[in-house]
Write a protein that binds this ligand. Structure first.
Ligand code: F0G
Length: 452
């Protein structure tokens, strides 16, 4: 689908800046490293010609919802004024109508925790069931525009599912590197279904990244891991969609899971850019929550004020965020600093309980997403989030991504023995009943089950 003529940019106007030394450069491709110092790059947003132009954008974005064109129906390309501009391939953008995800209000959780309001932005409602689709539509569009034949990623499962789907949609081949036995089956199944060349490697996620980094030097593959700045640009539009859904008001706090730390970086980048444009009156405190067994950013933030990061082996049942050497940690530190957010870890018991509580709202999410609610409760308890303040959870993955975790939880196997478990955990478990096929048997359990 072609973008309207008015938005077709000059030849490759997309320019990148190093986050460490500030050097501005053209798109280097490959592993997207600064030509001068080797650090991460980010795209410089297009500059609007005037404040009046910016003021017209919210109305333009609203009107596009009624359009029948794919680029208007995409919840990423609808905000294309915020995106880097580059010449498209003749086939145009690669989209599965990503974005457009629901924002739920959760009054029972708010009441239980003593918060003014709790919202959940459910990015698991994207086409492949995770927030990765927001970035993938831009990265694969870029890959197609560059004439790439192959796209590739290392993944804990969601990036690979998303990449495989967008590559298939574009008619490109895709190469997936995943740690053997360490990702949820639903995600592996997706990459097979979408036709990816799927390699299970006998290592962890960080090991897969190391191999991909070396492979890029030898083979003509276009990398769509989140070191690719186009991914981050797509993901940053989440800030615009949230603001639009909140009538351009900001919550006091946003909590987001941290794994490789690109999504938190993207959310912060988006919000800060919208604030600079005058479209966000307030910047929420963006706090990043990690699983205790995979929390190198928490260590960095609390032990070294975000000045250095010590990679470490990672271990958590929230396999999506089982990452010990996060690529985008410097970008994430910048978000914590510039929004006044906090960074903390939650343990497996807290994740399991939070996930079950979100499930009980009829929403559900994958374990990695549930760290946000577990973290919110801790931040309310510590007084960091004050009574009367509002908070928003970024739920990153669909509950069906990791059905095994849910079954394990209700059978009492996950996260492990309940000894020392928070009160209420046992009450959240409700395994299926094995009954004789009689009305009497069902009526009897109904009678004993009582009220929900
Ligand atoms: N939540 C889910 C469901 C994820 O899949 C991921 C990352 C995150 C949170 C963390 O986001 O890495 O940007 O900090 N999944 C990646 C993957 C690493 O390969 O699917 P992040």
């Amino acid at each position: 689908m072609k973008l309207p003529v008015s938005t077709i940019p000059e030849p490759d106007a997309a320019r990148m800046q190093c986050i460490a030394c500030g050097r501005v450069q053209v798109d280097p491709g490959g592993w997207y490293q600064c030509a001068a110092c080797g650090d991460l790059l980010e795209l410089i947003p297009p500059q609007p010609s005037s404040a009046a132009v910016v003021k017209s954008w919210p109305e333009i974005w609203r009107v596009r919802r009624d359009s029948r064109h794919a680029e208007d129906l995409s919840g990423v390309w609808r905000y294309r004024e915020l995106l880097p501009q580059f010449p498209l391939a003749p086939r145009g953008i690669v989209t599965l109508r990503e974005g457009n995800t629901p924002l739920y209000e959760l009054p029972r959780l708010a009441q239980a925790a003593g918060a003014a309001a709790v919202w959940a932005k459910h990015q698991g409602m994207n086409p492949t069931g995770s927030f990765k689709d927001l970035g993938m539509t831009v990265a694969v569009t870029r890959a197609q525009a560059l004439g790439a034949q192959w796209v590739a990623c290392a993944s804990t499962g969601n990036t690979s599912a998303s990449m495989a789907a967008y590559a298939a949609q574009a008619g490109l081949r895709s190469l997936v590197l995943i740690p053997a036995g360490k990702i949820a089956w639903g995600k592996l199944a997706q990459s097979l279904d979408y036709g990816a060349l799927t390699c299970q490697l006998d290592t962890d996620f960080d090991g897969c990244v190391r191999i991909l980094r070396e492979l890029v030097r030898r083979a003509p593959v276009y990398v769509v891991n989140s070191i690719n700045p186009y991914r981050v640009e797509g993901q940053k539009t989440m800030a615009a969609e949230i603001l639009e859904q909140m009538a351009w008001q900001s919550p006091d706090h946003i909590l987001i899971p941290g794994g490789n730390l690109a999504n938190s970086s993207a959310l912060g980048k988006g919000w800060l850019e919208l604030a600079a444009l005058g479209l966000a009156a307030k910047i929420p405190r963006i706090s990043i929550i990690q699983a205790e067994g995979a929390s190198p950013l928490v260590d960095s933030w609390h032990n070294w004020q975000g000045e250095k990061l010590q990679p470490r082996p990672a271990r958590t049942l929230a396999t999506a965020i089982q990452i010990g050497n996060p690529a985008a940690w410097k970008k994430a530190v910048r978000v914590l600093r510039s929004t006044g957010g906090d960074c903390l870890a939650v343990n497996e018991m807290e994740i399991a309980q939070a996930k079950a509580e979100i499930g009980r709202q009829g929403i559900g999410c994958e374990p990695a997403s549930a760290v946000t609610w577990a973290g919110a409760k801790k931040l309310i308890h510590s007084g960091w989030i004050q009574p009367g303040q509002s908070l928003m959870l970024i739920l990153t993955g669909h509950t069906l991504k990791d059905a095994e975790y849910i079954l394990g939880f209700h059978r009492g196997e996950i996260p492990g023995p309940d000894a020392g478990a928070p009160a209420g955990l046992a009450g959240l478990r409700h395994p299926p009943r094995q009954l004789p096929a009689t009305v009497e048997a069902v009526a009897a359990v109904l009678e004993t089950a009582g009220r929900p």
